[in-house]
Design a protein around this ligand. Structure first.
Ligand SMILES: [Zn+2]
Length: 373
């Protein structure tokens, strides 16, 4: 087999594997789903779509050493080899690049301009093709998140533009205010230091931490048999990296604990863990290892039912627990994707209540809880 044939096969295999990958990484979305949904509800317009796309590309870049999907080889989970410049200068494979950034986009609807009546949103990101995308994307090794500001995408209908640094320009050439998510305001560090809080605020935060947050996190760790990638005692004020206010009575706290991201919501005094992302979970967007992936799963349904009950109080029926091997579509071999779906249906269509990923040793490496659970 010559190297060209081999490369072609690699690309085909990568494309085929991206479909299940995209399905699976769909739920990584949930990290920022609520933020996106609320913003979309307020501004169902083209500029907002581009803003969300910009955010998705930036978060992808932050997670991948400053590289956009098309800067990264297919071997490393990117789409570099799939770049194809069309006669208009834009990439004719835009749908594939958007698909890869989709773990930070809440819905495929964002890829269709509201004024574009010739295109319909895809039902899921895994079904996305060119007919489901209005926006034109520029690709190339020279277009990077940290590099010089360049056009990244535009709307051929309105003329709105998105730049590589996340900034936006409307059709009249006016700059549009970026979306003020805390995640977009960082510059060089991934995490913001807590704003310069006063000593009184600091004392108040410390009280909340020991009085409410820490006990809730400890209970949660116990529900998952303490097989979590951080020590609950690492939860100190110094590990608190960000606090987001959702409304006057709800706060989201983000901690980095032994390298793991943990998000906790305090809603009117009721504290629950919403999200966890361990360093190992990064491999969930990488392709399976050769030769044959390990398709064993480290947890049984009965155990999951028990864990989720201790965590959330939900009484689950076996058909509401969907367990799939991670080795089939990612470089996490021997682990398990576990989805709690209320109607026992397809976890990619049915709204997930809780999403869990276990590593081969049974440790929890990813956690997501529906904000409306
Ligand atoms: Zn538009």
């Amino acid at each position: 087999m010559n190297s060209r044939t081999r490369n072609t096969i690699r690309v085909v295999v990568a494309v085929v594997l991206f479909i299940p990958c995209a399905l699976y990484i769909g739920w990584a979305v949930e990290r920022s789903r609520r933020v996106h949904c609320e913003a979309v509800a307020r501004h169902p317009d083209c500029v907002n779509n581009l803003r969300q796309i910009g955010l998705a590309f930036r978060v992808f870049a932050i997670d991948n050493g400053g590289r956009f999907p098309f800067n990264l080889s297919t071997k490393s989970g990117g789409t570099l080899e799939l770049c194809q410049r069309g006669s208009d200068g834009f990439d004719s494979n835009a749908a594939i690049h958007f698909q890869l950034a989709s773990n930070e986009l809440s819905t495929p609807r964002l890829l269709v301009c509201p004024k574009d009546h010739s295109r319909k949103p895809a039902a899921t990101f895994s079904l996305l093709t060119a007919v489901n995308v209005t926006y034109r994307l520029l690709t190339g090794t020279n277009i990077t998140e940290g590099g010089p500001r360049q056009l990244l995408a535009d709307c051929p209908i309105d003329g709105n533009k998105l730049y590589s640094d996340g900034s936006l320009m409307d059709s009249e050439g006016h700059a549009v205010a970026p979306f003020h998510s805390a995640r977009l305001t960082w510059q060089t560090n991934r995490w913001l230091e807590l704003p310069n809080v006063t000593p009184e605020e600091r004392a108040d935060l410390a009280r909340k931490l020991t009085g409410k947050i820490k006990p809730a996190v400890e209970k949660w760790c116990k529900a998952y048999r303490n097989q979590v990638p951080f020590r609950p005692e690492a939860l100190t004020l110094d590990s608190l990296k960000q606090r987001a206010e959702w409304d006057s009575s709800s706060y989201y706290y983000t901690f980095i604990l032994d390298g793991t991201e943990l998000a906790v919501r305090d809603s009117g005094g009721s504290v629950v863990v919403m999200f966890m992302y361990a360093p190992e979970a990064k491999q969930l967007t990488a392709l399976p290892k050769e030769p044959a992936p390990d398709l064993h799963v480290p947890v049984a349904k009965g155990e999951v039912i028990q864990m989720v009950k201790s965590d959330s109080g939900l009484e689950l029926k076996p058909q509401q627990v969907v367990i799939r091997p991670t080795g089939a579509a990612t470089a996490v071999s021997g682990g398990a994707f576990v989805d709690i779906v209320p109607h026992g249906g397809d976890p990619n269509k049915d709204r997930r209540k809780i999403g869990l990923v276990f590593g081969a040793n049974g440790n929890l490496i990813y956690y997501y809880r529906d904000p409306y659970l």
